[in-house]
Design a protein around this ligand. Structure first.
Ligand SMILES: [Mg+2]
Length: 362
């Protein structure tokens, strides 16, 4: 038994490390919601969740007022049961983004405890497949950057050894997107992977038009071309283009992914551990994708996703967007474009609680 004796929740605001924009939004600050759980056998588990600037206090309130008080007395070894009991106590607000984000902060703390009890890293406890994971770089591809800046950024990424770069698309006119992507492809040559991301901004008709124009540029994937609810639209697009369609960052339940996979609407799955509700459902999505022979390239949160992508056979890539450097003692180690998978017991993030406490909002 590993009975939970206490649990606390708090919110911090982490400033963004650089200006990040896409076709529909800007990353304003990382609202980060922490849950810390203590058990009778003397362990402490720390979990977290996030937003990119909106709704963090709503996640905090759901946890503080409803979910965290339920934890005391639960046996933290029963990972699935804790998830299920907490999630199912929220039927009137689930499925939904706020609830999934809240449950994720609890579930990642429960997994931190599970790993610490077993004296295992997350990558091993969650499956254990590889000890390093390739990273593609998103930091040089934001939509506000000029073509020259994109080209310089991609050349620098290539020099640093990144195997891929992601560029935002969704400029008002197709020719602008094509001009920007062509300039980068010309600079980096044929070997480097180039991913593009429209952040749900297009219609099916426009996405088909853009995909056709992008095809000669040999893109690795076309991410979130359409609103995430439009499974049929993604299936239609996927049938019409040779570029793999990537989705997942705006999806909040395992069954949403099942719909996409069943309808062959996605060629790459980008499940986000916070938005899906934690490590427990993240692994279900990854295994489901494996059963459809589809690769997983999780969205953002590289600090935890490296361990998860390393845990499953179909983990392919992790996105390089560092955001926790200000609140951790040690950084993820990167060698030649590969992140070395953390080996310490727990979820593998070396939190600096002095720095965290200084950023507390509540
Ligand atoms: Mg994206």
């Amino acid at each position: 038994m590993s009975i939970i004796t206490s649990a606390e929740v708090f919110l911090i605001d982490i400033p963004v490390e650089t200006v990040r924009t896409d076709s529909v939004q800007a990353f304003l600050k990382q609202e980060t919601i922490f849950v810390r759980i203590t058990t009778a056998d003397g362990n402490t588990g720390v979990g977290y969740s996030y937003t990119i600037g909106t709704g963090g206090t709503a996640v905090l309130a759901l946890l503080r007022d409803y979910l965290v008080p339920k934890l005391t007395g639960m046996d933290s070894q029963y990972v699935e049961k804790v998830w299920s009991d907490i999630y199912n106590s929220t039927r009137a607000t689930a499925t939904g983004a706020i609830t999934s984000l809240a449950v994720a902060a609890i579930d990642t703390a429960i997994w931190d405890l599970k790993c610490k009890r077993a004296n295992q890293s997350l990558a091993i406890a969650a499956g254990g497949f590889r000890d390093r994971v390739p990273l593609y770089d998103t930091e040089g591809g934001w939509l506000h950057l000029t073509t020259d800046e994109l080209v310089k950024g991609a050349a620098q990424s290539q020099k640093r050894g990144w195997p891929g770069v992601k560029l935002k698309v969704g400029k008002p006119n197709l020719h602008e997107d094509v001009e920007r992507l062509s300039a980068v492809r010309q600079t980096v040559g044929p070997k480097m992977h180039i991913m593009v991301d429209a952040n749900t901004s297009l219609t099916v008709a426009e996405a088909k038009r853009r995909a056709k124009a992008f095809e000669p540029l040999d893109l690795f994937w076309f991410e979130e071309p359409l609103p995430a609810d439009d499974v049929v639209g993604h299936a239609t697009l996927a049938k019409s283009t040779s570029i793999p369609v990537a989705v997942g960052e705006t999806m909040y339940s395992v069954m949403q992914f099942q719909q996409y996979l069943h309808q062959q609407a996605a060629g790459i799955i980008q499940v986000d551990v916070a938005r899906i509700g934690g490590i427990t459902p993240w692994l279900k999505v990854a295994h489901l994708a494996e059963s459809y022979n589809v690769k997983v390239c999780p969205h953002f949160l590289m600090e935890i996703h490296v361990s998860l992508a390393a845990a499953v056979p179909n983990g392919l890539y992790v996105e390089h967007i560092p955001q926790l450097r200000g609140i951790t003692h040690t950084e993820l180690k990167i060698e030649n474009g590969f992140a070395l998978v953390p080996t310490t017991p727990g979820i593998g993030i070396d939190w600096n609680f002095d720095a965290i406490d200084k950023l507390r909002v509540s």
